[in-house]
Design a protein around this ligand. Structure first.
Ligand code: PLP
Length: 374
């Protein structure tokens, strides 16, 4: 027989999802209303305005894709790229690789800036590739590379691509509401994020935003967008405009949860939230280093909310990670790609970014017989 759902009370300190605030879970259990109910339409308007505030943008074309972060990535690429377009993509981890795959499926010509995992893409790297591809349509970067824990500088690269007549696209899935991110100040043309990382809402939605430059590019398309579901010319009327038209049925309960999580972010204040992530990171870092963990990424490029660390010598990472989950209810992430079996990815995101979380993890490690600290 199938039993009643009864999952363990986990403490989520991996690369996402992160712990959700009880207010968010409560909002999720609000009785359903129709997605074209005037009450739901105003909720969509509120969500849109809160997404603009948290992205620090005035962009009109700002809304929420009804699918996870990866669909936000695909939305940006399939709408901005046409066959034959040239795109420069920074590839220094999993997500740059995924962008490359999608861009190639769009028929674009991809120029990769390949760097070692854990490194960032520098201004010099971009200048070099602009010599080979002087007029890209798009330059795409991952702001917070969750597979490595590297924080990509965006602002200093923005002018380079705009001076070359191209647009700047940014993956902000793990940076949004966790580290400094300013869409208008940094002149970002296309951005997408996810709900389950530093926003601490359930997974499954992807806030996106497009500059006027990007809207112009959409209007100038010669070919149809290859995806019906993600075609902005169709979906944009669902999230705005004077006449709401049916496009698909929005995941009503997830939008309720998203609304509440955005309210929580704005109550705390974006800048206080960025500071909190940094302060908790400093404490976690000191405690991890005392136990003998070593960071993968150089200090000045480290992401505070995703800590990629090598375990002290003589530890079986998978064994300890599984024991943390089973005996202590704490989830941390393992490594991806070349770092599988070598590193841990410890997330302190949103509701999971508290001193209490840090203390629980460190105490569990100290308590565990199998873990050998220095
Ligand atoms: C998690 C993540 C994604 C994908 O988001 P999903 O919600 O898992 O689809 C994309 N980019 C980065 C940097 C991420 O961390």
């Amino acid at each position: 027989m199938y039993t009643e759902l009864n999952t363990s009370n986990r403490i989520l300190m991996g690369p996402g999802p992160s712990d959700a605030h009880p207010r968010v879970l409560k909002a999720m259990s609000t009785p359903l209303i129709g997605h074209l109910d005037p009450e739901f339409v105003s909720i969509m308007d509120e969500v849109k305005s809160m997404v603009q505030k948290t992205f620090l943008t005035q962009n009109h074309l700002t809304f929420v894709v009804s699918a996870p972060g990866s669909a936000g990535m695909e939305t940006c690429l399939v709408n901005l790229l046409e066959p034959g377009d040239e795109i420069i993509i920074g590839v220094n981890g999993v997500f740059g690789g995924r962008m490359t795959d999608i861009a190639e499926r769009c028929g674009a010509k991809v120029h990769k800036i390949e760097k070692q995992w854990g490194d960032i893409i520098t201004v010099e790297d971009v200048k070099k590739v602009l010599n080979i591809c002087p007029k890209p349509k798009l330059l795409a970067l991952v702001h917070a590379e969750t597979s490595t824990g590297a924080l990509q500088p965006i602002k200093e690269i923005s002018d380079l691509v705009h001076n070359a007549g191209g647009m700047l696209m940014v993956d902000a899935v793990t940076s949004y509401c966790g580290v400094e991110l300013r869409v208008d100040d940094w002149d970002i043309d296309a951005i997408y994020t996810g709900t389950q990382k530093c926003l601490s809402a359930p997974p499954g939605l992807s806030p996106v935003s497009f500059s006027d430059r990007a809207v112009q590019a959409l209007e100038n398309r010669k070919t149809k967008v290859q995806s019906w579901f993600l075609d902005l010319s169709l979906v944009k009327n669902y999230w705005g405009g004077s006449k709401r038209a049916y496009h698909h049925t929005a995941p009503v309960s997830s939008v309720f949860a998203l609304r509440e999580s955005l309210r929580i972010v704005l109550e705390e204040g974006l800048e206080s939230r960025w500071e909190r992530h940094n302060a908790v990171h400093q404490v976690l870092k000191a405690k991890l280093e005392k136990l003998g963990f070593k960071y993968l990424v150089e200090e000045q490029h480290r992401l505070p909310n995703l800590n990629s660390v090598f375990l002290p010598n003589g530890n079986d990472e998978a064994l300890i990670r599984n024991k943390l989950l089973k005996d202590y209810n704490i989830e941390v992430g393992g490594g991806l790609g070349d770092f599988a079996g070598k590193i841990w990815r410890i997330g302190i995101m949103g509701e999971s970014c508290t001193l209490n979380h840090v203390n629980m993890l460190i105490s569990a490690l100290e308590d565990m017989n199998e873990f050998k600290g220095v």
